[in-house]
Design a protein. Structure first.
Length: 317
């Protein structure tokens, strides 16, 4: 993490920038220092090291290709993020609470997910794969007390599933032995969420569409989900309603549809509206000022909705 500085990367050494570096080691040192990667260094032999251990030496001993998952690095980065949030809270006099969720789509392997469960006690899922992994952990009693799950991403209805809603198999997934079952044996994302809820886990699906809400509004003897969230259709810079309505996004609901869904949840006895999801951007982050202004605008929509539905207490970004 950089301190209020943008990390600028030169992706490759090309003819234009090659003259700026005396050696490849100089190039690596500059790139690594840009992100303050304390754990990645270049030693005197011009070899990349992780916490002082030569990666080249590990490859010579263990063979290549070689993937290294370093638990101390994961915990170190998580601690850095937590520290920055707490510092910002203190500096700005924020009186509310916050929860950091690890997005398991970033790396769904057990080493990462298990470590982040211990670090933050909260996970965000984006697909049936992620939910299936957490269901297996719940059945094994490996989810800690007060563990929280937020479920984002599109959730096809059970009748729409014709192939497993599952990413390509990744080595060291929490569930390694999943073979592709037939259509009737494949739980949908929504069904997996409901199964996890039936085990008493604090889980909140973020509803993307009216069709998803149709499923959750069914017989409460079958549907065990209680807390739900709504996703605003926003992905990009928007500081007024006209800009918001002109944004292109595959996910979420426009303001009118979202308001209707909130009313419907309020009238459904077994459901409680708790969360408002506003995702301004992911991989292609806009300038910080635009990001904050867009976030503040969607926060106004959140507070207007909260006036009508006091149970709405979480602004999820």
């Amino acid at each position: 993490m950089s301190n209020n500085k943008e990390a600028k990367f030169t992706p490759l050494l090309n003819k234009e920038n090659r003259a700026n570096y005396l050696s490849y080691r100089d190039y690596l040192n500059e790139q690594l220092s840009a992100v303050r990667a304390e754990y990645l260094k270049v030693n005197q032999d011009n070899e990349l090291t992780l916490w002082g251990i030569s990666l080249a030496e590990m490859a010579r001993k263990l063979g290549s290709p070689l993937e290294i998952i370093c638990i101390p690095t994961i915990t170190h980065r998580a601690d850095q993020i937590s520290y920055m949030i707490r510092r910002s809270i203190s500096e700005n006099g924020y009186l509310g609470g916050y929860t950091s969720f690890y997005a398991s789509k970033a790396n769904p392997t057990e080493a990462f997910v298990g470590t982040m469960i211990r670090q933050w006690n909260a996970i965000e899922t984006s697909s049936a794969t992620d939910a299936w992994n957490l269901l297996k952990l719940a059945k094994k009693g490996k989810l800690p007390k007060n563990f929280k799950i937020v479920c984002n991403g599109p959730k096809p209805l059970p009748s729409d599933i014709w192939l497993p809603d599952r990413r390509v198999a990744i080595k060291n997934l929490i569930v390694d032995d999943i073979s592709a079952p037939n259509r009737n044996a494949t739980p949908s994302y929504l069904e997996l969420i409901n199964q996890i809820a039936s085990m008493g886990v604090d889980i909140t699906p973020i509803v993307d569409s009216q069709e998803e809400l149709d499923y959750l509004c069914q017989d409460p003897r079958e549907i065990k989900v209680r807390k739900v969230g709504l996703r605003l259709k926003v992905y990009g810079v928007a500081t007024n309603l006209n800009q918001l309505e002109n944004l292109q996004s595959r996910h979420g609901m426009d303001v009118k549809t979202l308001a209707h869904a909130a009313e419907r949840i309020d009238k459904t006895k077994h459901l409680e509206l708790t969360t408002f999801h506003s995702m301004i951007s992911a991989a292609g982050a806009p300038p910080m000022e635009d990001f904050i202004n867009s976030l503040l605008y969607t926060a106004k929509i959140y507070f207007e909705l909260k006036k009508q539905y006091p149970t709405l207490s979480k602004f999820n970004i």
